[in-house]
Design a protein around this ligand. Structure first.
Ligand SMILES: [Mg+2]
Length: 358
């Protein structure tokens, strides 16, 4: 062995991990000769399999980094075995050096066609064999490391995608919950303000009418005082769900405006349309027959309702519609409750004017 060859063979930096060699050969004498060639190499681990039927399984379980494959064996042809290594996903990428007794170009060509990575004539030169084992093992392990790193990266990416999806779902749920009233489960004041603003802008753009209904449960404080807060909460829930069921368009959202007050924005709805909805609400809640002996207008739960309609213009604001509906509700209460009052167009206007004066 010359100095240069010794330097290559003995260079420990050539391999990071140990090369795991599996020799598949039916002749024990060949195995012994190869074993002796490799015995002094600390970075090369040698294994031998004499049974070609066990070759693939042995290579996989040993985590072989290189296979030395005999061509002529009883039972299974070496060329066929090379094809089998290539067909199995677990052994597909393990480098194979064919060990042949013949230095025949056509056999070499066939070996490479079948998937061999290299070809050596038996018995190979020790220095050359070690150098080839190291070279093939090194590139195989480097590729395996790149594959593992890539796979780890993909896994990490997938985990990130999953966490992102969960985060988005939580955000949606949070947003949903933050728009709902905790007691009744219908839209809350926040959501109502948002919708009023949205629908106002839409009506402004499309030059359509926008109606607003304000609803108040009559003498609700007396109901609470008489039947207790639990009964009061149950009553609020029942009324809320009943009102919510009356409207059907996605844009018609009944909200709990506060306490025992509810509000509803009706896009593209004129005064008559809004009045019909209000009448249905009052009628339906009356027919719920929730006893209210302390009420001064009925023996059951009843509603006072204010309705206002506007054709939004750029100089106005949604607060004006809100104030007009509130004013109509105030008049309904003042006139004896359990009734509906409609804000007159001039009432809406005067309300706006008084708002600006105050
Ligand atoms: Mg043989």
């Amino acid at each position: 062995m010359d100095d240069k060859s010794k330097a290559i063979v003995n260079d420990p930096s050539v391999l990071i991990r140990r090369a795991v060699v599996l020799l598949v050969d039916d002749q024990a004498m060949v195995a012994e000769a190869i074993r002796r060639m490799l015995v002094d190499e600390a970075d090369i681990e040698f294994h031998y399999c004499s049974d070609p039927r066990a070759a693939i399984q042995t290579a996989i379980s040993l985590h072989a980094t290189i296979i030395l494959q005999d061509l002529v064996m009883p039972e299974i042809d070496g060329m066929m075995l090379v094809r089998f290594y290539r067909a199995n996903p677990a052994s597909r990428d393990i480098p194979v050096i064919v060990l042949s007794s013949k230095d025949d170009p056509s056999i070499k060509s066939e070996a490479f066609t079948n998937g061999a990575n290299d070809y050596l004539v038996k018995l190979p030169d020790q220095v050359e064999l070690i150098a080839r084992i190291r070279a093939h093992s090194r590139s195989y392990m480097a590729q395996a490391e790149r594959d593992a790193a890539y796979q780890a990266l993909r896994d990490l990416q997938r985990q990130l995608e999953n966490s992102n999806a969960q985060l988005e779902e939580s955000n949606r749920e949070l947003h949903r919950l933050s728009s709902l009233d905790g007691l009744t489960g219908i839209a809350n004041r926040r959501q109502f303000d948002k919708m009023l603003d949205q629908e106002w802008q839409r009506a402004l753009r499309n030059c359509t009418e926008l109606s607003l209904i304000m609803i108040d449960i009559d003498y609700f404080k007396l109901f609470n005082d008489t039947y207790g807060h639990q009964a009061g909460d149950d009553c609020l829930k029942t009324v809320a769900l009943t009102l919510d069921r009356i409207v059907h368009r996605p844009s018609d959202v009944v909200a709990r405006y506060g306490g025992e007050e509810f509000a509803l924005v009706l896009p593209e709805t004129d005064t008559q349309g809004a009045q019909r909805v209000a009448e249905k609400m009052r009628d339906t809640v009356t027919r719920l027959n929730i006893r209210h002996e302390a009420s001064k207008v009925s023996d059951k739960i009843s509603l006072s309702i204010g309705v206002a309609t506007m054709n939004p213009r750029g100089s106005e604001s949604p607060d004006m519609l809100l104030a007009a509906a509130d004013d109509a509700l105030y008049r309904a209460k003042h006139a004896g409750r359990n009734r509906i009052e409609i804000a007159k167009p001039d009432a809406v206007l005067s309300n706006i004017v008084s708002q600006f004066r105050s």
